[in-house]
Design a protein around this ligand. Structure first.
Ligand code: SAH
Length: 457
């Protein structure tokens, strides 16, 4: 039988009605059953699309015009939205973003976890889904007009010059612009990836939204930061709230932003931030949730699911600087945290002390190795909380949890696919997933965070 040919050709203009959305936020329209994926297309709308890529079973298109636009289409407020790779959903109403994320989690539960019966609640959204991020890392480049600081263009390393990013805390925007201007004034060159020459690579700014404290990190290829004293003075003059200025040296050919050498050149090693009534010290290299408002929502939900009475032993795996651990410790007998980054564990220990919390201990290491070691030492937690990176939990950790049989597992996840995969393993090992609560930590982007809990059968 001859293979069916795709019903469209490259560069052809077609009319489609979008039926669905992918998890990245692309519209899906079908032509005689052949799916076309089209960035910025919204379900329910009719559009003119130019076919840009044709594969055997599906193709890609470029939206020319929504001829009958969806009622959920909105004008993106950011002027560089269509060039920048940072946000994916500014063209849809916030309610549609939330609905799409709920469906994304439901789909993962069904298709990957085979957990049709598990309720996925509506996504907890933000009242004001803008200006929420507390940290920015901006690459620096150069053209005939001087230094440029901005995000990378989609699928490239071209820098889009921009003076603000409307999902960022305004302090961070202003800090990046000030450092760019000061560096330019002193004739400091930008690092060039291709030739591996030049000086300034990235500017990172983190603001403690509850305290107003700001940390700025200037990353250079060179060992020295040229005009260091002048730069410090000018930053401090412009930002009385700056608590920490850090020079980081990264002389490798790499996409990793921070290098190994970190010098505090002004103020403290940390800034502070508060979530609820717990105060945290945050070092330049430590992971800290980027949306503090929604982090509070997420942790409250995790605590509600943990439902601690005060007599429990709790493990917090992938604990970072101890954020969740310290909340748990206020309601448990003892908490043990494990985290792979040594600086973060140091922060966690200091944070426990700083908040007069004496029933939390922290260990540096891989959760998948430390948890089995704890088990051999006789540790039998009542509740285990996990909050792994995007790739999910290591299988050795899941198996060790299944062997140790805690009554309850609370799983915080930033990736519904790996969450569903891991829930399936835990279900097969004797656990029952109760419910999933997605939380919108990253409005305007296609990312979604979830918290869920499992009970031993
Ligand atoms: N629970 C924390 C951090 C979550 S992010 C919070 O809410 O702030 C995930 C953390 O897992 C990061 O701090 C990362 O450094 C850490 N990590 C990554 N792989 C790990 C592993 N194999 N073992 C332990 N920690 C790991």
């Amino acid at each position: 039988m001859p293979k069916p040919q795709p019903p469209v050709q490259k560069n052809e203009t077609v009319e489609v009605t979008f039926e669905d959305l992918t998890h990245e936020g692309n519209g899906v329209g079908k032509i005689d059953g052949y799916p076309l994926f089209v960035p910025y297309g919204l379900p329910g709308e009719k559009a003119e699309v130019k076919v840009v890529k044709v594969k055997k079973n599906f193709g890609f298109g470029k939206l020319i015009k929504a001829t009958e636009p969806s009622e959920h289409r909105v004008e993106p407020p950011c002027p560089v939205y269509y060039q920048c790779g940072g946000c994916q959903l500014q063209h849809m109403s916030y309610q549609m973003q939330l609905d799409m994320k709920q469906k994304q989690v439901q789909d993962a539960m069904k298709k990957i976890g085979h957990l049709e019966h598990v309720p996925v609640h509506p996504v907890m959204g933000m009242e004001d889904p803008w200006r929420y991020r507390n940290k920015v890392q901006i690459p620096v480049g150069q053209d005939g007009d001087g230094l440029k600081a901005g995000f990378y263009q989609k699928r490239s390393h071209n820098i889009i010059d921009m003076d603000q990013c409307i999902i960022q805390d305004e302090h961070n925007d202003r800090m990046v612009e000030a450092v760019r201007r000061i560096a330019e004034k002193h004739g400091i060159s930008a690092y060039d990836e291709e030739s591996h020459r030049g000086t300034i690579r990235h500017i990172m700014s983190r603001t403690g939204q509850a305290t107003g404290e700001i940390m700025v990190v200037i990353v250079t290829k060179t060992k020295k930061l040229p005009h260091q004293e002048e730069i410090i003075n000018e930053i401090v003059e412009t930002f009385p709230n700056v608590k920490s200025i850090v020079h980081n040296v990264n002389n490798k050919r790499t996409n990793v932003i921070l290098g190994e050498q970190t010098n505090v050149i002004y103020g403290d090693k940390y800034i502070h931030d508060k979530i609820g009534d717990v105060e945290f010290k945050i070092s330049p290299k430590s992971f800290y949730q980027v949306n503090p408002v929604q982090t509070k929502t997420l942790y409250d939900q995790a605590l509600k699911y943990a439902d601690l009475k005060g007599h429990e032993t709790v493990v917090d795996a992938y604990c970072g600087i101890g954020t969740i651990s310290l909340f748990l410790a206020q309601q448990a007998k003892q908490v043990y945290g494990v985290e792979i980054i040594a600086d973060a564990v140091n922060d966690a220990k200091k944070n426990a002390k700083h908040n007069h919390i004496e029933n939390a201990e922290f260990v540096v290491g891989e959760a998948e190795n430390v948890f089995p070691w704890w088990k051999d030492q006789g540790l039998r937690p009542d509740v285990v909380v996990v909050d792994p990176p995007r790739k999910g939990c290591d299988e050795n950790l899941l198996n060790a949890m299944i062997e140790v049989k805690p009554e309850k597992i609370v799983y915080v996840s930033c990736n519904p696919s790996t969450l569903a995969r891991d829930l399936r393993i835990l279900e097969d090992g004797g656990y029952e997933t109760q419910e999933v609560q997605p939380v919108d930590m990253f409005p305007q982007t296609s990312h979604v965070e979830c918290v869920t809990w499992l009970k031993r059968k």
